[in-house]
Ligand binder design. Structure first.
Ligand code: PHE
Length: 429
């Protein structure tokens, strides 16, 4: 079965695909606000620390599972721990992304709608639920599923290899414009002024949660994408590329958004409110004096949001598709259609009720994600044989030999204790 499996063509392709999954709405609508509210540069430092000390080894653990087995998430766990409790990690890893994509694609739909609205700078009121969002959600999901239908090389790899560089260029252009707006310095201050008094245990937990979400951990994505990575590729190197790309993009997004918000004299916010309420005000304000530039900036911005969301939803869809193709023998195109339908039906609750939307988001990105991450670190740290893990990280003893000891220590002790603490805290809240 694995004989004719596809592979990503190069390291760049692996990094672009992984970064495509990582870079998304999380970087655009949560990160900038968190930075400003939780200590500016001090928060960024904590965030970088979390990314490298925890998210990165967890990312590598998932990569070990995926590349070792060259299988979809459920197949991988069946190979590594047949008939045991651990196969539940596989099932969880396929169910969570299905739930996430059901509401994530609604946001993707809003972004398509706002892209069209930005062409006339006529945004109107933000209506997150109802028939129009359903239509745009359907379009967004259909486009994402279509890319996945073209396969790993012809679909996912190609789409990300074009999209990610384009995204970086666009966000830099928007940032340059934003930081040069009158009064932008207040927004820059908001992002970088370090305030160490805001670094509490809660801040740390938020930073970590955001970092997990941003790196798309705990939902079978890194397992699935890594299953398409060749045996001689250096997992640590591709992982570093991914973490760094996601980090840089988050910071760029902050500097693209907050200076403009402050320049317009509006209070910053987080979540849907930031992108679909605050920013349209900013763009309309800009439009009053220079309509052409405002139209260009606004449409480029919403175009970027659509693309960033698509590269992420593609990764969410691929997890279920890989499972259907490999475990159930379904044709790829049919598998994409099935995942599309399941996500579409699951999304109906969120598309008609913003309350349901919030609940599904909180349940999947706090509870399910943390449970997935916890199982991954326990499995790789304590259940999978040490030599198997070493073999993947070091490519059978040819690379990263020194790094392995640090990685193994983090994954055996530091990660489980920290993630368990967060899991229990989340349950208690
Ligand atoms: N990492 C993406 C983001 O930051 C979100 C995402 C979560 C994508 C889970 C895939 C899976 O927006």
């Amino acid at each position: 079965m694995s004989g004719n499996r596809e592979h990503f063509g190069s390291r760049a392709a692996v990094i672009m695909a992984m970064a495509g999954s990582a870079i998304g709405l999380g970087n655009i609508w949560r990160f900038p606000y968190m930075v400003g509210e939780y200590g500016g540069a001090a928060f960024i430092l904590v965030y970088i620390l979390c990314s490298f000390v925890l998210s990165f080894p967890i990312f590598l653990s998932e990569a070990v599972i995926g590349r070792k087995t060259h299988s979809n998430a459920i197949g991988a766990m069946k190979k590594l721990a047949p008939g045991s409790f651990w196969t539940s990690l596989g099932y969880l890893s396929v169910i969570t992304p299905m739930i996430i994509v059901s509401y994530y694609s609604i946001v993707g739909g809003w972004s398509i709608e706002y892209f069209f609205k930005s062409l006339t700078l006529n945004f109107g009121e933000f209506r997150p639920t109802g028939w129009t969002p359903l239509i745009f959600n359907t379009i967004f999901l259909a486009l994402s599923s279509l890319v996945v239908a073209f396969g790993i090389k012809g679909g996912i790899e190609k789409f990300n290899k074009i999209s990610i560089p384009v995204l970086f260029v666009l966000i830099v252009l928007i940032m340059v414009y934003s930081v040069n707006m009158p009064g932008a310095d207040k927004g820059i201050d908001y992002l970088i002024k370090p305030d160490f008094s805001k670094l509490t245990g809660r801040t740390f937990a938020f930073a970590l949660g955001q970092s997990f979400y941003s790196m798309s951990l705990g939902m079978g994505i890194v397992i699935t994408y890594s299953s398409y990575v060749k045996k001689d590729e250096n997992l640590v190197a591709s992982g570093v590329g991914t973490v760094v790309a996601a980090l840089i993009f988050s910071v760029l997004a902050g500097f693209a958004i907050m200076p403009a918000v402050f320049s317009a004299g509006i209070a910053p916010s987080s979540g849907p409110g930031l992108v679909y309420q605050t920013l349209p005000h900013v763009f309309m304000g800009m439009g009053a004096s220079s309509p052409v530039i405002a139209t260009i900036v606004a449409s480029l911005f919403f175009f970027s949001v659509v693309v960033a969301a698509m590269t992420s939803s593609i990764s969410l869809i691929e997890v279920g598709v890989a499972y259907l193709v490999e475990e159930k023998g379904v044709k790829r195109s049919l598998a994409c259609l099935l995942v599309f339908l399941v996500a579409w039906v699951l999304g109906l609750a969120s598309v008609f009720s913003i309350k349901a939307f919030g609940k599904v988001d909180a349940f999947s990105s706090n509870f399910l994600l943390t449970a997935g991450v916890l199982l991954v670190v326990l499995f790789v740290g304590w259940r999978m044989g040490k030599e198997d893990v070493r073999g993947e990280i070091t490519n059978q003893g040819t690379v990263n030999k020194r790094v392995f000891g640090i990685f193994y220590f983090l994954i055996r002790y530091v990660a489980p204790i920290t993630v368990l603490t967060i899991f229990v805290t989340n349950l208690a809240l």
